[in-house]
Design a protein around this ligand. Sequence first.
Ligand code: HEM
Length: 359
Amino acid sequence: MMNLRSAVFAIALAATCGVAASPLRAQAQPAPQAQTTPEAAQPPQQQVQVPPPPPRQSVTEDMLLRENDRIIGRVSIPDTRLAFLEQPQGRTWRRFNETWAPWILGLSVILPLLALLLLYMFRGAQRYERDASPIYVIRYSAFERFNHWMTATSFVILALTGLNYVFGKRLLMPLMSPGTFGDFSQIAKYAHNFFAWPFILGVLVMIVVWTRDNLPRRVDLAWLRAGGGLFKDTTHLSAGRFNAGQKLLFWAVVLATLVTFGSGLALMFPLMFLDVNGMQLWGSIHSIAAALFIALIIGHIYIGTAGTEGSFGGMGSGEVDLAWARHHHDLWAEDAPRADPREDALPQPGHVSPPPHRT
Ligand code: HEM
């Protein structure tokens, strides 16, 4: 019986001679006789080398992985690290991205929102007793406010475009065509890389400008013990320019920026600082740190807006009511520079003082 190699050779030979043949036919037919046609008179064509067919039980991807721990291909570009195709850790990383990451990121947005909604419903905003003719003090300079809003805008864009990596396909793609979603995601990806720079610049400026006021002081302990009066009305809590809660936020922002920006930089320049395993590990750390960062900033936005009456003005116009400053930052209020008098600072005819608010 003719073996497989001879059969293939017979097919190749038959094909070279213009004979349509199956292995069986090639086997059954006698060797071709000398041809009498004009073509046959020509010199024999070069033989086609046909590689032997793969053995019946070819190697599977799993077998290769089990044997070698990774699958490496061949590339013609100079960076041979890009020939790295597959490894078991890659599956762990994929599982993390497909199952854990959506939960971690989803809960980091939903849980703080729910918690703050409940807090607002049951506790309401932290209020202070306003003066009939308020005096205003300068809380943040124009430079501090510009820097804060540049950082905040960059952060919001980074957070939304980052969430698009994880949720875009699930939540946005059904609302548009895949092509539009592809274009949108491409722009979102560029925006994510671009806004990392004003963000890090903003945080670095915050570090330079605000570190001194965020160093711990003895009064911070009493403030922390009372939970900052967030959950319960308390008698007066002393604080400097920043209270203990704001100091914790500040240092958490510094730490979270260090982790998210550092890991993001490594992902922005693939394989420059880390190998494939390192990129996968730090990619996952980037997602988890970003999730915690988003939860932290949701809490900060609440406290700076709906949660504390009179707080937003400091970062909006730069000025706050002196009564607000005395209530929340007594150790700083008296030294705060006075702002120009405003119209509402003049006593209004027939003015009746509002009833005292909860503190
Ligand atoms: C996106 C919406 C944001 C809003 C509405 C907001 C609002 C505010 C307000 C009203 C203040 C002044 C609080 C006070 O003086 O008592 C403030 C301060 C501050 N913000 Fe934001 N902010 C936002 C985003 C961010 C982001 C993304 C960061 C950092 C990454 C940040 C970091 C800070 C820091 C460090 C302070 C000073 C300490 C403090 O008051 O907690 N903010 N913000």
